[in-house]
Design a protein around this ligand. Sequence first.
Ligand code: NDP
Length: 513
Amino acid sequence: MQIATRPANSSSEILAHLPRIGGVIPMYVDGEWRLAAGGATRELYDPANGQPIASIAEATEADVEAAIAAARKAFDEGPWAAMNAADRAALLFRVADAIDARRDEFSRIDTLNNGKPLRETQYDAIDAANCFRYYAGLATKPHGQTFDVPAPSQTFTVREPIGVCGQIVPWNYPLLMATWKLAPALAAGNVCILKPSELTPLSTIALATIFDELEFPPGTINVVPGPGATVGHALASSMLVDKIAFTGGTKTGRSIMQAATSNLKKISLELGGKSPNVVFADADFETAVDYALFGIFANAGQVCSAGSRLVVERSLRDRFVERLVERAQNIRVGDGFDPQTEMGPIISPLHRERVEAYIATGVEEGAKLLCGGERLGGPLAAGNFIAPTIFDGTSPNMRIVKEEIFGPVLVIQTFDDEAEAIAIANDTVYGLAGAVFTGDIAKAHRVIRKLRAGITWINTYHPTYNEAPWGGYKQSGIGRELGTYGYDAYTEVKQINVNLDVAPSGWFADRRV
Ligand code: NDP
């Protein structure tokens, strides 16, 4: 493995355009920058070297209540929902342009705060701008339907905003996850209260500076950084929030679903996965090896759709695994600011310990560690680095095969025929993603149609499109983000019936005479 280190770089320069109150990065509520009620703050750390990078306001339940009150007022009385779709769209196009204009800043903020390499955060910033652009365009497109009901009625539907949306996102794609929530919700005329991960709020604060500069109506977008157990729970359980949209772990998703029963709010859940990457012996060898690496080691495996189970045909297996291990050992791991870095650190010391505990469990369970498994030392010792890790000799009941690790750990499973490949691929409580590599296009289609997963790829892994629906089967979630599905998830459907023959119905006799 190669190690990449940091060029000279200062966090104060990267964060220079973020607002401060008394040295603290504030939250954004009701169109104002504020410190937390009671003044609580949280220190943020660089995952690549453990150094403090900034201090940010830590919202309390009182702050969430203030944000909900502002959002409620903005929705019930404010101009956003009532604004012409074309005017909303125009503002959202300007958000996209502003992200593009500050692309390097967004990229550097997420690399500093999350650790992922610049080459990944550059893509995230480009995707975020395009996501706003996509939904700005969608805002003015037709959304209703007309129905040929019996005369004399004419029936049609319109889509209306749901109202106040609580949105809770994780740390693995800080800017992009916030964008996937805000862009469709705002395009459809909703108002939002977004809770970033307590670990990675900085690019969301940078995004809020754009909303602020563009003078979005106060209360339309509120950003409340703080812990999930208090801030997130307050949003999910509030009687005044109309929808909760969540991306994160399946266990948290379950508790959010329970909290949302308070007022039966609408709910979207994008949860975890243990996705199979099925490689047949007739696949293009180097392409399949390349995407097997990319599927699990992109973003250090901290990707909900990661191809964390390699399901490979027995006749190919030894040659494939040998090449895979050779390439995994050559991945350049290190500081995300080094342009040569291919894989960055784990998000936090705590999460690194969780990943290490899974690696130890795998060894105890009798799986064969082919490479990695260790913490990286030397110039990377102060960061949260783990070497790319591959296990072979697994069996279906091992915890490393069944549970989401959310780190750079791949497990290998082997099959003898197509039916067994499908059975192994579907042997999971999750159903987020999956891929098939083969030179036989008919087989590719047969297998992909049998996968119980919401996002699938043939002869590739990971490409994600603003235009196409994203979400999972089984315990990987409820609903879909992105595409028209993502827009619809932020709307109520209203049926409107028009009587074209305005005359009494005559159902009850008129006995006046
Ligand atoms: P968590 O579920 O721990 O956290 C996600 C978000 O939920 C964070 O903002 C967190 O706050 C908040 N949260 C935590 N507890 C509660 C609660 N009781 N009520 C309300 N909100 C709460 O996940 P991670 O941050 O660890 O992210 C990793 C997980 O996310 C993985 O399982 C991964 O698969 C999944 N994920 C799924 C994606 C998808 O599209 N399906 C995309 C990305 C990640 P806090 O700031 O305190 O942590």
